[in-house]
Design a protein around this ligand. Structure first.
Ligand SMILES: Cc1cc2nc3c(=O)[nH]c(=O)nc-3n(C[C@H](O)[C@H](O)[C@H](O)COP(=O)(O)OP(=O)(O)OC[C@H]3O[C@@H](n4cnc5c(N)ncnc54)[C@H](O)[C@@H]3O)c2cc1C
Length: 457
């Protein structure tokens, strides 16, 4: 009987899963496989918040497979070696997996293809599992990818999309395939206390609630920091417990300006993926270098540590950094402001900040994180690379009465109204009573430093 292996990577779901669907189509047997990849562990990418979320996802995937007569096979080690071992043990004919964009994922696919072909087995790689439009499917004249979002979006929107696939009814596993125990939530320590739970069931419930109750207000509320009016679906998209194709289908069906604005954000996700697929080195090197000589040495180190700790003395930046530590997630406005603050106001290398985000973000994602950091640092695809976000102006617009700051910076919880954004203006005794630092930089001086460094004055 025909045996197919389905290698799950960043697509930990049963619904709308083209590799699983293809493997389950015939009468054959299916081995759903997840490899706890030694190389990912060694890279430092497997951090507590994401390992914990991953444990939830694997448990839920296994439960869903068991409901259908199968189960998840978990192995650890080198991914190519482990897949080949399972193929040999089960005498499988073929392996199905999703395409992915990072340098590592692209190399993994090639290594796996070569190894399988060496003993006459086929690797089927499926597009539109982790993106809506596959990288390279829409391109501008004369280039292999879009470097600017708006023209990309113009072509992305009308691009035909495949149908959404149902979850398979039955998954029949060959007898006697051994599995390691599923990883457990308890395996990781130093997990953010407010970390969201993972898993496909959780993701689908969140998607349904969001499309019913949240998305309508998205256009107006997505930038309101205290209102928390975004979907919080990013970890589910990162781990693939939700399908971006299904999400776009359902959002378009819901319709209205909120849904349209939401779909546009999902296009940003595809946009960064098509940039990284074409320029995998952009995960670590400037996409468009500005010749930066970033600050280093003890002063830069001290400033960076204050930034990480949420003790810069700029309440909105500090609130965002504390949300990151507490939840392993941060509002997009906070991510942008805190990134601009590190890379431009403090003029510290964007890679230092990107690493810190990746250490904590539950949705920490090479394409979205590194390329958004480059956008914020002005080394990426921003068409206004030299703009510097001013924390006070951002506070006026996105946290006008200070509710977000009071939520995340308890030292300032008693300061009323907008004054919470400028504690240095409080009267002497009021200021003295706060255990909160003075600003670590002068905004005008730091702006001048950045402009000099970029050769703008
Ligand atoms: C410096 C910086 C670092 C970031 N790092 C990451 C990261 O590691 N992982 C990650 O998923 N997102 C990252 N983002 C993008 C964005 O902030 C998050 O996707 C978003 O805040 C997640 O919240 P949400 O699901 O509620 O978003 P919603 O506003 O509900 O948006 C829906 C989805 O659209 C996608 N999306 C939204 N904004 C962006 C964007 N600017 N770029 C790409 N995709 C977007 C996400 O998949 C998101 O889940 C980063 C942004 C910045 C500025």
């Amino acid at each position: 009987m025909n045996v197919s292996v389905v290698l799950f990577t960043a697509d930990l779901r049963l619904h709308d899963h083209p590799p699983l669907r293809a493997a389950c189509e015939g009468p054959g047997l299916v081995v759903p496989l997840f490899v706890r990849d030694r190389a990912v562990d060694a890279s430092g990418f497997a951090v507590p918040n994401r390992l914990t979320f991953l444990a939830d996802c694997l448990r839920d995937l296994d439960a869903g497979l068991r409901d259908r007569g199968g189960s998840l096979v978990v192995r650890s080690g080198g991914v190519v070696e482990q897949v080949c071992r399972v193929v040999e043990e089960t005498d499988a004919d073929e392996v199905h997996m999703a395409s992915d964009v990072s340098a590592y994922a692209q190399a993994r696919e090639q290594r796996l293809r070569r190894a399988l072909e060496a003993f006459g087995r086929r690797l089927h790689v499926h597009d539109t599992v982790t993106t809506v439009v596959p990288p390279g499917a829409v391109t501008p004249a004369g280039s292999d990818h879009f470097a600017v979002f708006t023209p990309y979006f113009r072509q992305w929107s009308p691009h035909p999309s495949r149908d959404v696939l149902a979850a398979p009814r039955a998954v029949r596993l060959p007898d006697g395939v051994g599995s390691e125990p599923l990883p457990s939530r308890a395996d990781a320590s130093d997990v953010s206390p407010g970390l969201a739970p993972g898993g496909e069931a959780e993701g689908r419930a969140r998607m349904t609630a969001w499309l019913r109750e949240g998305v309508g207000g998205y256009e107006d509320q997505h930038d309101d920091l205290a209102g928390d009016g975004t979907s919080r679906l990013s970890p589910h998209l990162h781990f693939g417990t939700l399908s971006p194709v299904e999400l776009v289908h359902r959002a378009r069906k819901a319709g209205g300006p909120g849904a349209e604005a939401f779909v546009r954000q999902l296009a940003w996700r595809d946009f960064h993926r098509q940039v990284l697929a074409a320029r995998p080195q952009a995960s670590a090197a400037d996409y468009r270098t500005r010749g930066d000589q970033w600050r280093s040495g003890p002063d830069a180190h001290r400033d960076t540590e204050a930034w990480k700790a949420g003790r810069t003395g700029f309440p909105l930046v500090d609130a965002a950094m504390r949300q990151l530590r507490h939840e392993g997630w941060m509002h997009n406005r906070g991510r942008l402001l805190a990134a601009s603050f590190l890379a431009k106001t403090l003029y510290v290398d964007w890679r230092v900040g990107a690493r810190h985000y990746l250490d904590l973000l539950v949705d920490g994602d090479v394409a979205n994180n590194q390329l958004n950091w480059q956008w914020a640092a002005g080394t990426g695809t921003d068409t206004r690379p030299q703009r510097v976000l001013n924390p006070l102006a951002q506070a006026r617009r996105y946290d006008p009465d200070g509710a977000y700051v009071r939520r995340w910076v308890p030292e300032l919880a008693a300061v009323r109204g907008h004054a919470v954004h400028e504690p240095w203006r409080l009267s002497g005794p009021e200021r003295a009573a706060l255990d909160y630092p003075e600003p670590i930089v002068d905004l005008a001086e730091s702006l001048a430093r950045f402009r000099r460094a970029r050769g703008l004055e």
